[in-house]
Ligand binder design. Structure first.
Ligand code: PLP
Length: 395
């Protein structure tokens, strides 16, 4: 069987004069040489025909083919951000009055979208511990349509049991939607039964922290439904990806395997050393991680265990003090986001998870002093470790 990387490499678009990368097609609209074809295109009778770039664009389509190859789905589409990917995909799946069972440990923006925005559209959400199969099953109602989880949760770094969730979804006639932002290439959720996979391309897929983008991967029917001119959430709420961004991401996907390997190598080196020093580090690649065995079962081993880790400093004041020292010592940058070539650090309880009320943070086990680290691959691993240990001991 061909590997994901081989499948991605097989997607090759040439520039107009044979260039090794595709040209960027920036046209907002396409010319109909035969004007009578336009009506047919709007009636959906000309498959694959480009009419207007909010609907479809050749460069965005090329990126979609590479993303679909990466995620082992039939199709994919690029959108303006990870949030628009989640928003459009979930609303496409849900009728008014629909219900979602979501992991309680999700990115704070996702939590706020589910809690504060979706109810305005008649959609309700129950947040549960996705690693507790009984709680997930108990939360399913007659209106439930979707189980929603992150493969590796932000920021707790729990691993979702995708095969078990998919079996449950199938048994109860639900769709399993998975945010794979933390683990592109490392886990292929569709291979474990996910129906829809979303990404914030802003993170590892871009790798350069210089753009905002998102992706939705799924069946041909689902991706076509998203751009349906009468009912498509992408077509009608309008967050299609810009062709220039799609082009950047298309070329960056070629080196994503190398970058993911680099993030994993540096993160594993640091996590193992911190663990040996009895520093409270959480890294899914450590045998002591509560979901390590499950992660080993579902991951594509060649890319390691990923670049995300956390260290619990007890209080947000301690976390900020350490981050400040680490930034001064050029260990990393205190900034939200992840997947950059350099290490990024943030304190989720007062930043990217601050949308989640304090008592819910507590209930899910999110410590106020948790420092989240997205480990970059730049710099010597040993030097970075020395810097971390020095700053930690000086606290
Ligand atoms: N999903 C996860 C797991 C995230 O961490 C984020 C942002 O941090 C998003 C989605 C949203 O992505 P974006 O900022 O591209 O809208």
């Amino acid at each position: 069987m061909k590997t994901t990387e081989q499948n991605m490499r097989d997607i090759q678009h040439f520039g107009e004069e044979g260039g090794v990368v595709p040209a960027v097609d920036v046209g907002a609209t396409s010319t109909f040489l035969n004007p009578s074809d336009m009506e047919k295109a709007f009636r959906g009778e000309l498959a694959g025909c480009y009419l207007y770039s909010r609907h479809a664009n050749p460069t965005v389509k090329a990126l979609g083919m590479k993303l679909a190859a990466m995620e082992a789905t039939e199709a994919a589409i690029g959108v303006a951000s990870g949030m628009s990917a989640i928003h459009c995909a979930i609303l496409q799946l849900l009728p008014t009055g629909g219900h979602i069972v979501s992991s309680a440990s999700v990115y704070g923006g996702t939590y706020a979208l589910f809690k504060n925005i979706l109810p305005r559209m008649g959609v309700t959400v129950s947040f549960v511990d996705m690693n507790n199969a009984k709680a997930v099953e108990a939360a399913i109602t007659a209106d439930t349509k979707v189980l929603y989880t992150e493969t590796m949760s932000n920021p707790l770094l729990r691993i979702a049991d995708l095969p078990a969730l998919s079996a449950l979804a199938k048994k109860r006639g639900l769709k399993l939607m998975v945010d794979n932002t933390f683990t592109p290439l490392i886990v292929t959720p569709a291979k474990h039964g996910a129906d829809v996979v979303v990404h914030s391309c802003t993170k590892f897929i871009s790798g350069a922290s210089d753009l905002i983008g998102g992706a939705i991967c799924g069946s041909n029917d689902f991706i076509n439904a998203l751009i349906d001119i009468n009912h498509g959430m992408v077509m009608l709420t309008g967050p299609i990806m810009d062709a220039r961004i799609a082009h950047k991401l298309y070329t960056r996907l070629d080196h994503l395997p190398v970058r993911m390997g680099g993030h994993s190598k540096s993160a594993a080196h640091l996590a193992q050393a911190l663990d040996a020093e009895k520093i409270p580090v959480i890294y899914p690649g450590l045998p002591s991680h509560r979901d390590h065995a499950l992660f080993e079962k579902i991951l594509n081993k060649e890319y390691g265990f990923g670049g995300m880790m956390t260290v619990d400093l007890g209080t947000s004041e301690n976390a900020l003090r350490l981050a400040h020292r680490l930034q001064d010592e050029k260990f990393g940058l205190y900034a939200v986001s992840l997947g950059f070539s350099r290490t990024l650090m943030s304190c989720p309880s007062i930043s990217t998870s601050s949308e989640i009320p304090e008592e819910e943070q507590k209930a899910m086990g999110l410590s106020p002093g948790l420092l989240r680290l997205s480990i970059g691959y730049l710099g010597d691993d040993k030097v970075m470790l020395d810097r971390f240990l020095r700053c930690y001991r000086e606290l």
